[in-house]
Design a protein around this ligand. Structure first.
Ligand SMILES: [Zn+2]
Length: 307
């Protein structure tokens, strides 16, 4: 709700500020003004917008509705990054396009949101060559607090005169994340089937934080179609642990999940890795916290948690 209000305020004040916009910036996702800050994708854009407040426009490199894994930045993206004062990235090898962006926008301050976070190593040797660490840290309300502080420090370095505002905004964001963490701990404290079959391994940090086991169909990087052996293995695992719900992502087809659910005598349900939040849902006021709470309810019901 708060972020929505901020975005509305930003939109209303935009025309007055349009004169400050860079001529080469082009239309930003959040209005006509070129973004002051660019962030890789939705979760980082959300965190950065909350910390930055309504005076700054935060754009997203990956557009709403586009899968961020293996994304290639376009020339237009690079122009926006060049014209922004700061670029917020995941780091940890998530942005394959980062080197190009750095060389073509050397003056844009780089803010690595996962700096100092203890990330999990990628257990898949082959995949680890290109993606050494699990990048899905935004899915942990605990790690997201550290990410918010990293964003705060980076923005304060870029706009020293706004440091106090960023601190106050980050304090509120961290308080909201702590409340989310508290709700998760209560909601998932007592589950009869603490196993979650997921489309790709995006929920490792969440599982670690709230003591359940993720059974991913694909690795840390979502793959197109799993081979029959993988599907058979996941069905066996699901049966062995009496799984009654197979989760699938909001942005991918539910076909594979349905196949596994049919064979394991389970049903299917959406569990979002929040890699994509469609523009239409964002316009309806759906934000990171909304989807995190939807996931919490889905996990609670799917893993047989009580009360
Ligand atoms: Zn992912």
């Amino acid at each position: 709700m708060r972020a929505t209000a901020m975005l509305l305020v930003a939109a209303v004040t935009l025309p007055a500020l349009a004169g400050c916009a860079s001529p080469s910036g082009g239309p930003a996702s959040s209005g006509s003004r070129a973004p002051d800050v660019m962030a890789t994708f939705y979760p980082l854009q959300f965190l950065a917008q909350r910390v930055a407040g309504p005076d700054l426009v935060v754009g997203s490199v990956v557009r709403p509705g586009v899968e961020p894994h293996d994304y290639e930045a376009t020339a237009d993206d690079v122009v926006k990054i060049h014209d922004a004062k700061a670029l917020v990235v995941m780091g940890a090898g998530f942005e394959a396009w980062l080197q190009t962006a750095r060389s073509q926008a050397p003056d844009t301050r780089l803010i690595v949101s996962t700096e100092g976070l203890r990330t999990r190593a990628n257990p898949d040797e082959e995949e680890a060559k290109s993606l050494p660490a699990d990048p899905h840290t935004w899915m942990s309300p605990v790690l997201a607090q550290q990410m918010a502080r990293n964003v705060q420090a980076g923005l304060a370095a870029a706009w020293p005169d706004k440091a106090a505002t960023f601190r106050a905004n980050a304090d509120q964001l961290v308080a909201d994340l702590k409340e989310l963490d508290r709700e998760y701990r209560l909601t998932l404290a007592n589950c009869s089937t603490p196993f979650a079959v997921t489309n790709h391994a995006a929920f490792g940090y969440l599982a670690e934080e709230y003591n359940f086991t993720q059974i991913p169909i694909a690795g840390l990087d979502p793959e197109a179609e799993p081979d029959p052996q993988t599907v058979a293995h996941v069905v066996d695992e699901a049966k062995a642990h009496n799984v009654t719900v197979v989760f699938f992502e909001d942005s991918v087809s539910s076909k594979v999940a349905q196949t596994i659910a049919d064979q394991a005598h389970a049903t299917t349900r959406v569990l979002s890795p929040i890699e994509i939040v469609p523009e239409e849902r964002q316009r309806q006021g759906v934000d990171y916290f909304t989807v995190m709470r939807e996931d919490m309810v889905a996990l609670h019901d799917g893993m047989g948690c009580s009360p």
